[in-house]
Design a protein around this ligand. Structure first.
Ligand SMILES: O=C(O)CCC(=O)C(=O)O
Ligand SMILES: [Fe+2]
Length: 326
């Protein structure tokens, strides 16, 4: 059965081609991989989980001071997002706080750290560190996909993922509160991520599950356990569209392990998106099939959109506030 590989990211310095090969294979086969020996300081990650717990422990009126809206920053309460609207009977059993590149210095981000500006700066550093790591990972894709030098070579993705350009890139803190009994719905419904790649940090409580095949719908879901000192990376819809389905934007969801029903689960996701004006059409690479693959059909709508339009299109389908505005 497919499993999620662990890739040693120190290879990106010592043997970039080998690193690119391993990342490419994992992204083609399962769409998920763990990175060890990345350069994000473990103390910083721990600190961010502390911030997350402090925030989610606050009374709901306080958390709701900056509710999420069309700019995709701020607080989304329990059940306000439904990641799998076709199958879910209730919204996701999670609460979240989003920080975007634009909101990082705002009052909303300050509210997340209860007014502590030093902590707010630390959150900003963390976000930028993750973005830098993401650019290094994207370089591996450009190497593996043999993007011609004339199109930018290994730096092909740099210009479409600039920190200073408007994009949907978002840092998201998630909290799945304990349940009294086994909920009949997943805590986060099945979905694919909307951007280029996602960097996910989990702590203590497992629950993430991954569908190992997009083609064979009956394959079992496999667990993506918490592996200390790793960051879990997954491919998002942009990369699937850019590669005409060669790389996989894999379905995933969050369920509770009954043994951990009474524990809170915390995770932190950094969703990396291309600049808003980036097209989602196949990129220059000799490896990308010209024929559209069946499993990419469902993303057909995105092919005529920019990255920014695609994000809006996906968010409109999952958030209550958007539905009530229509
Ligand atoms: O909390 C997790 O582990 C995963 C969350 C997730 O998949 C998402 O927010 O897109
Ligand atoms: Fe996700």
């Amino acid at each position: 059965m497919a499993s999620i590989p662990i890739i040693d990211f120190s290879l990106s310095v010592s043997d970039p081609k080998e690193c690119a090969r391993q990342i490419y294979e994992a992204s083609r086969d399962i769409g998920f991989f763990y990175l060890k020996n990345h350069d994000i300081a473990p103390e910083l990650i721990d600190r961010m989980f502390d911030c997350s717990k402090w925030f989610f422990d606050r009374p709901v009126q306080e958390k709701n001071q900056y509710p999420i809206g069309p700019n995709n920053s701020g607080y989304s309460p329990m059940k306000s997002e439904t990641l799998d609207p076709e199958h879910q009977t209730q919204g996701d059993l999670k609460e979240a706080f989003n920080i975007t590149k634009k909101s990082i210095d705002d009052e909303s981000a300050k509210c997340f750290v209860q007014g502590n500006v030093k902590e707010q700066a630390r959150v900003g550093t963390f976000f930028k560190d993750l973005h830098r790591l993401a650019i290094d990972i994207m370089k591996c894709f450009a190497i593996a996909l043999q993007v011609p030098e004339s199109a930018g070579g290994q730096h092909f993705f740099d210009k479409s993922h600039e920190w200073d350009e408007p994009s949907g890139t978002t840092l998201r803190f998630l909290h799945y509160p304990p349940q009294d009994s086994d909920p009949k719905t997943p805590l986060a419904g099945s979905h694919t991520d909307y951007g280029s790649i996602t960097l996910l940090m989990q702590k203590d409580t497992a629950g993430l599950e991954v569908q190992a095949s997009r083609i064979h719908k009956d394959v079992p879901w496999i667990a993506a356990p918490v592996i200390p000192n790793t960051i879990l990376i997954n491919i998002g819809d942009h990369l699937q569209m850019w590669t005409n389905g060669l790389l996989k934007s894999t379905m995933h969801r969050v369920t509770y392990n009954p043994q951990q029903l009474h524990h809170s689960r915390y995770s932190i996701a950094c969703f990396i998106h291309a600049n808003d004006d980036t097209r989602l059409r196949p990129i220059p690479s000799p490896l990308i099939p010209q024929e559209m693959r069946a499993e990419v059909d469902e993303f057909e709508a995105g092919r005529n959109m920019t990255a920014g339009e695609y994000l809006t299109w996906r968010l409109e389908r999952t958030y209550d506030f958007w539905k009530s505005e229509i």
